[in-house]
Design a protein around this ligand. Sequence first.
Ligand SMILES: Cc1cc2nc3c(=O)[nH]c(=O)nc-3n(C[C@H](O)[C@H](O)[C@H](O)COP(=O)(O)OP(=O)(O)OC[C@H]3O[C@@H](n4cnc5c(N)ncnc54)[C@H](O)[C@@H]3O)c2cc1C
Length: 508
Amino acid sequence: MKISFKKAFTLGVLAFVCHTAYGKTITYDTDLAVVGGGSVGLAAAVTGAEAGLHVIVLEKNPYLGGSSNFAEGLFAVESDYQRGKSYGLTKDQAYEHIMEYSHFNNNAALEREFVDESADNLRWLNKFGVEFNVVQISPKEPQTWHLIQTRQQWVHGAALVTALQTAAQKDGVKFMMRTPAQSLIYEKGRVSGVRAKDHKGNDVVINAKAVIIGTGGFGNSPEKINEWTHFDGKAFRPTLPLNKTGDGIQMGRDVGAAHEGETLMLHPGTQGKGIVPLGNIYTMTWQPANIWVNAHGDRFVDETVAFSFAHAGNAIGRQKDHYAWAIFDQAELDHAKNDGIDNGVGVLVPVMTKLSNIDNEIKNALAVNSESFKQANNIEQLAKEISVPVKNLKQAYESYNYAAKTHYDEAFNKDRVWLHPIDNGKLYAVKLMPYHFTSVGGLRINPKMEVVNTDDAPIKGLYAGGNDVAGLYSDTYTLWASGHAFGFATYSGRKAAQNAINEIKSGK
Ligand SMILES: Cc1cc2nc3c(=O)[nH]c(=O)nc-3n(C[C@H](O)[C@H](O)[C@H](O)COP(=O)(O)OP(=O)(O)OC[C@H]3O[C@@H](n4cnc5c(N)ncnc54)[C@H](O)[C@@H]3O)c2cc1C
């Protein structure tokens, strides 16, 4: 065995390289090891580096940012942006509402601090050139969604990710890409580092005074979804293939961390032959004037639930075999094509977008006999196309059209504004399935972002945030506080680092 010693890239970080017959073990000594280069990890890294700590970030993917690249807006209340619009929602009101929504099944102290500091969180991001515009995510929710403004060539969350990445690099943070963390080093009752494997197959050992976990949850592992939640990991699919497989949560659990509240942030969607992800057919599934029927051909909900994507995901997910059909007629299709959509898919497909490519997409979907898109000349034919009992579908269709004509939906009290008759021209059906933007829940933490064990005692040296932690939601993500997940991710990364800095400086 040959041991060499070299100075690492980052000032003050030492790397020992130990060659063995099976590859190298590379050892680093640092102050702060950050696991995951999403918004938790980047906010933690910048905060640590600003305070003069030596920081190493381990990232599993060849790129930074995880789902933070795609997210659009952050929650905040009493923000400068809301004040600028004379929007008067208060911290107390927001906190009370979130607690009620969660049935007090969340960590009240953690939630309170997050709500109270949410506006300051945006001010901190402003320092790096991240700017916002506050909007309502849907007509049913208040204005808490602070949309990230385009910065240089970067849009949505990528603008925030690249701004923090630039700041971190300037402050000397060392990034190790394609180097997934595998386990925590736990000795003498405290976490003192992390083990990883780099893309060349080398073992990486990072000895650190504190470790912050932000690996973004377990949404891309059907196995973990089956094991940790009540959902079927095959039927409830992730929005994007982001390689987030619960690594950080597992690593925490392996050293005795308590865990709780594992669930999914659901939303409706569709996929299948000839269906373009986030394309025009996909976008039709989010429209409030559709009629939704389940595998029995029965209507099952007020379809304006589409305005609250998490609720819509719940409603679809609990139907037989976890799917439904969104049905609309030619008139609704023409409205979306010519006037624009009534409900945006976030701002990935903004409200009022004109679905100008829908005829092409329909042509393509029909040409490949898509299992998820069907067209018919009448309701009997449509029932056959989507394999539901004709009698039930006819009943659902006729009573819906009657409700539309009388402006009262006896079945589900759908708002008459969206209760349009579906009897004009061709009929279309798109298969609706439950997807999830991310998992939520995981490691149990306290308001200092310290990971705690089953006695609620902090595991020394270990912090976590974002989608890897629990205590924020009950069974369903609160869209009322839209942007909560992304706002919390950046906030929790900062907060974890601030407390780690205090711990390191106090020498405890
Ligand atoms: C399309 C989309 C839109 C969204 N829009 C919004 C929105 O507008 N508002 C909102 O509040 N939320 C939104 N969300 C959710 C939001 O993106 C997340 O809550 C937030 O970004 C989580 O940040 P994070 O740092 O916890 O995880 P991530 O940003 O996903 O970062 C985790 C990182 O850890 C890395 N990693 C994983 N395992 C390891 C390992 N073993 N070792 C090292 N690194 C590892 C991953 O590769 C990733 O880079 C959206 C999600 C999606 C998919």
